[in-house]
Write a protein that binds this ligand. Structure first.
Ligand SMILES: [Zn+2]
Length: 266
């Protein structure tokens, strides 16, 4: 038996941790493009900087502690503050989103609990790592904060074969399902998930979203079907599948044949 790497806030996002454990974001990345994710794991590719990701982390940090928020703002001051000492538009918007939730008792109630809690577990033959935004052991609930464009925007989903909301489109139901299972393995209880959503609109819209329990079964079945091939690719067996659409695939693409027009919208 190989001893598993014990995870903490310092090593949670490390390459070592990402190789040993599957996370929901890694599962999603592998579903999108195995080739790009494997290139990241093998440290031959670094994802381009994303301002949207930094904005998301900024909003998150505001609901951890004042100290975490201050530290995050300091470490990312170059992307947050302009030369005149004001904030760039995305972060002015982010401040509105933070205020919108901070001024809402119900949203704050939904986010009450221990922050950034790490658990590991085994599901469908894979070792998983999860990091929960907020978990409340008294109420047996947990919540995840999400920023999005609009609460009612529709996205076409190949997975669900219909138009869905941002919650399904970004696989947040899948995320909540995996978290629920891993929390159950660690605590012995079925915790209830909530998503606290706030929009990038001016002024921001917001909602606390709960889930019909039947949704979890669908996601578990889906993950169970996909995990074996993902683990195989992670072990280095077989060639990772290229999506031919993402930044990594575009940057490494070599043309060798022509395509009929219909291929473009495939
Ligand atoms: Zn790709």
């Amino acid at each position: 038996m190989v001893t598993k790497l014990s995870l903490n806030n310092e090593n949670y996002y490390s390459k070592e941790a990402n190789r040993e454990y599957l996370s929901v974001s890694q599962f999603k990345s592998m579903m999108q493009c195995e080739s790009a994710e494997m290139a990241k794991l093998n440290e031959v590719y670094v994802e381009p900087f994303s301002n949207a990701l930094t904005v998301g982390s900024y909003v998150h940090s505001a609901f951890e502690t004042d100290e975490v928020f201050r530290q995050f703002s300091e470490e990312n001051s170059e992307v947050i503050f302009n030369k005149r000492g004001g904030k760039y538009a995305d972060f002015v918007q982010a401040d509105m989103m933070i205020d919108s939730l901070m001024n809402d008792e119900f949203a704050l109630f939904a986010m009450q609990g221990e922050k950034e809690v790490i658990y590991t577990g085994n599901l469908f033959g894979a070792d998983w790592k999860i990091k929960i935004d907020s978990i409340n052991h008294e109420r047996k609930t947990f919540s995840d904060l999400k920023t999005t464009q609009s609460l009612s925007k529709r996205y076409w989903s190949d997975k669900y074969q219909k138009y869905v909301s941002f919650v399904e489109a970004y696989d947040y139901v899948l995320q909540m399902t995996i978290y629920r299972e891993i929390i159950k393995q660690n605590t012995g209880y079925e915790y209830t998930p909530y998503i606290v959503a706030v929009t990038k609109e001016n002024p921001p819209d917001k909602a606390v979203i709960h889930f019909d329990a039947s949704r979890f079964d669908f996601e578990l079945e889906y993950v169970e079907t996909m995990v074996p091939s993902i683990l195989k690719t992670k072990r280095g067996e077989g060639t990772p599948i290229r999506c031919e659409k993402c930044a990594y695939c575009r940057s490494t693409k070599k043309l060798s044949k022509t395509f009929e027009l219909a291929y473009l919208l495939d």
